[in-house]
Design a protein around this ligand. Structure first.
Ligand code: TRP
Length: 450
């Protein structure tokens, strides 16, 4: 058998895992959810969940991967025959995410092009985004460019180059986000937005907010979809899992936090901080940021740089989402890598086109009241991710027992959170995730009212 390659040192692992984790989830999804679900309360719940459930699941997945040296599809089966299906369920998530992730990647590509051709003030117009995504052909062109680029990288494996490049580009993104958030926060009228974003308001405390934060946490850290198991299988036996997990978490949360600090106060400065402007959902980043760039001297250049960096973050993530599906297919069926990749691309294009039409010519077609993109997003993030997260905890807590994970972590020194970990993974996490999942879904459908 081929020797499984390992990452060079811990930094290599942390950077690779962070490269997969940092993407549209941090820059596009986190700010719009925070704006929609009450700002400060969402942020608070998110951080609490990150240091508890997020941490537990992150060390669990890396440890399972390193212990079994297998991909998620087989790793669960290797831990327990009866529970192998959890691995299969985890691999369904990237399949649902991939098409719409690439569609939004296409929106980012379009905005990079709009900024680069000096049309900043046109993009800053309120109607620009809505008329763009509801068009029939134009969004598809940008979507095809993005998914085509992703497919090429997966086919030809130029991701070595991409990885090298992202070592420069990710820090650049961090710096630019930092600069922009300072600029926004120091504008007149931004203070209201900063307060909205940082101060929790008790009226926003509801199961729906919890569910949204939990789903976002798993999505943003690429948890509960087998990705960190795969990365864990490449993780060197010499390194300490607990420290690496913490570093990935801090980095990922920092970028999401700054993205919120850049976008939410900007909604107050440039669009008036009313509920309607805050509730814009998926369009928030695309509607608000062009207004910021339009107000900046040299905004065209800064806007171009920003969207190109976001584009990069998105590509590194979309490549790993596609790779997760392709390797799942290769693990289960005897077909060539080339065929599997093309198959996934064709599937992604078909479903992505449907998502795009969902904003235009098919906008009358909804599933349970969601448009197509929102539906895929809801099923994958708000239903499947918490479900798989909960099942993972149950398998570790009761089937293989927490000690199996603890001993893997302790190969490289003491696990400081050992007691906390065992209690969390066995009881607290599964019970809470279950409660959040059920009450959040019921409230989402208006069955449970507060
Ligand atoms: N975590 C990524 C982000 O924040 C998105 C993502 C979701 C992802 N699922 C994934 C990345 C699977 C890699 C693999 O944008």
């Amino acid at each position: 058998m081929e020797e499984r390659s390992t990452f060079q040192g811990k930094l290599g692992f942390v950077l690779a895992a962070a490269g997969s984790a940092v993407g549209l989830g941090n820059l596009w999804r986190f700010p719009y959810l925070a704006a929609k679900y009450g700002g400060g309360m969402f942020l608070l719940i998110y951080i609490v969940l990150a240091i508890t459930f997020g941490f537990v699941l992150m060390v669990t997945e890396i440890a399972i991967g390193r212990k079994t040296q297998l991909s998620p599809l087989k790793a669960f089966g290797a831990l327990s025959k009866k529970w192998g299906w959890v691995g299969k369920l985890a691999t369904v998530v990237p399949v649902l995410i991939f098409p719409y992730y690439c569609l939004i990647g296409g929106w980012v590509t379009k905005y990079a092009a709009v900024m680069a051709t000096g049309k900043v003030s046109a993009a800053a117009d309120d109607a620009f985004f809505g008329s763009y995504i509801s068009a029939t052909v134009d969004p598809l062109i940008w979507f095809l460019i993005f998914i085509g680029a992703t497919t090429l990288v997966v086919l030809f494996g130029v991701n070595k180059g991409i990885e090298k490049l992202s070592r420069f580009l990710m820090p650049a993104l961090l710096v630019l986000t930092l600069v922009l958030s300072v600029y926004v926060v120091t504008r007149d009228g931004a203070l209201e937005g900063v307060k909205y974003y940082l101060l929790p308001n008790i009226k926003d405390l509801s199961p729906k907010t919890f569910l949204a934060a939990l789903g976002q946490l798993f999505y943003s850290m690429s948890l509960a979809m087998g990705i960190m198991i795969t990365y864990g299988s490449y993780f060197s036996k010499e390194e300490h899992i607990e420290k690496a997990a913490r570093q990935i978490e801090v980095f990922d949360t920092l970028i999401a936090f700054l993205a919120g600090l850049m976008i939410i106060p900007a909604v107050f400065v440039f669009s008036g901080g009313n509920q309607e402007a805050l509730g814009k959902g998926p369009s928030l980043m695309f509607v608000t940021l062009p207004k910021v760039f339009n107000s900046l001297p040299g905004g065209g250049i800064i806007g171009t740089a920003f969207f190109i960096l976001v584009l990069f973050a998105a590509i590194t993530s979309s490549v790993s989402i596609m790779e997760a599906i392709v390797s799942g297919i290769l693990d289960s069926f005897h077909i060539s890598r080339f065929k599997a990749t093309i198959l996934v691309a064709v599937f992604g294009i078909a479903v992505g086109i449907a998502c795009s039409f969902g904003f235009g010519i098919w906008s009358n077609f909804t599933i349970l009241g969601f448009d197509i993109l929102d539906f895929l997003d809801f099923v994958s993030n708000s239903v499947l991710l918490p479900l798989v997260g909960m099942l993972t905890c149950i398998v570790v807590g009761f089937v293989i027992k927490p000690d199996a994970v603890v001993s893997e972590i302790e190969l490289n020194g003491p696990f400081t959170m050992k007691r906390f970990y065992a209690a969390m993974v066995k009881w607290v996490a599964p019970i809470f995730i279950f409660a959040i999942l059920v009450s959040g879904i019921l409230e989402g459908f208006g069955i449970l009212k507060y």
